[in-house]
Ligand binder design. Structure first.
Ligand SMILES: [Fe+2]
Length: 322
């Protein structure tokens, strides 16, 4: 019987910011830099991330999924800082990353930005068989990672946008490839986990922050299926669902991993998904939440949900209790 514990963190917004040169602040970055100084630096704290990393290590998950926004205004030094924090969490075989809108805050050369995290995005690509490689550029998604009978499918919604816009998009090519890989993995009867930064359903975020092709993504899931979808971006806990051929697919959002215990939307939390396959082949999983304590000194359990196949809705996973 296969089983796997997958941890999910998001929106690290790693600080403090390296001191930017004046040239680097030209354009959109100046608004983000001021927002960091005036507001976000007090919310997204490095010491919270250190506490989270220690708690996560103690929980010993089999794998860690990071759904984007590791940096803030896409300075070169931020990507290096983020790579170093990823190394603190584990090697590329233990941690998987997809980028978020802040990781594409302004257009940057791939090799000097998100490409620095290539070890954490190395996987199979549509139509290329079992060979694994990192994405070649910001559009070379999705990638697929096999963890036994669980498959992680990493997509990118990270696109540079105008000031004050935090929207994302997958694009037609990525959506087509996503359908292909979900089909192939579904034929192998794997537990398919899609990692995406933006909430991938209509109404998941208001327009300025939304996934522009959320409807097309939902259609891909409706046609090709998935077992679980994980996202970040909104800095709050959420549980939605998308339709699939086998019934409803749970869609989880986690708050920002670095958020202080007070004065933000939700405090820092992370999720642990325990996925297991029963002797008859049916998948079950439970989701447990760990939350930063009010004094900021550690994490404690903050809720648990169990999911099991719901015969009334096909084979889709439905919460049994909340
Ligand atoms: Fe975001």
């Amino acid at each position: 019987m296969a089983s796997l514990t997958l941890a999910h963190i998001s929106d690290l917004h790693i600080g403090p910011l390296p001191v930017p040169g004046l040239r680097a602040l030209l354009g959109k970055r100046i608004t983000g830099f001021l927002s960091w100084r005036l507001k976000r630096a007090a919310v997204h704290r490095r010491e919270v991330l250190e506490t989270l990393a220690a708690d996560l290590a103690a929980q010993r998950p089999d794998h860690i999924a990071v759904t984007g926004d590791l940096v803030n205004i896409a300075l070169g030094g931020e990507f290096v800082q983020a790579r170093d924090f990823l190394r603190q969490l584990g090697t590329g075989s233990h941690v998987t990353v997809v980028p978020g809108n802040h990781d594409a805050y302004v257009a940057m050369p791939w090799a000097e930005s998100t490409g620095l995290w290539r070890d954490y995005m190395t996987g199979r690509h549509a139509g290329e068989g079992e060979a694994e490689r990192p994405p070649r550029d910001a559009e070379d998604f999705p990638f697929v990672r096999r963890l036994g009978d669980v498959a992680l499918v990493g997509v990118s919604t990270a696109i540079p946008t105008a000031p004050f816009v935090a929207a994302g998009a997958l694009g037609a090519r990525q959506l087509t490839r996503l359908g292909e890989v979900l089909d192939a993995l579904g034929r192998e009867r794997l537990f398919r986990v899609v990692l995406i930064h933006h909430p991938p359903f209509a109404g998941g975020a208001y327009k300025r922050k939304s996934l522009r092709d959320a409807g097309a993504f939902a259609e891909v899931i409706r046609r090709h299926g998935a077992e679980l979808v994980l996202h970040g971006h909104m800095h709050v806990s959420s549980l939605g669902r998308l339709a699939s051929p086998a019934g409803p697919v749970p869609v989880f959002g986690v708050p920002s991993a670095s958020a202080v215990a007070k004065n933000h939307k939700d405090p820092s939390r992370y999720h642990l998904y325990r996925i297991r396959q029963e002797a008859n082949g049916a998948w079950r999983f439970s989701a447990s939440v760990r939350e930063l304590a009010a004094d900021g000194r550690g994490y404690a359990p903050a809720g648990e949900m169990t999911f099991a196949p719901d015969p009334a809705a096909g084979a889709g996973l439905e919460p049994q209790c909340a």
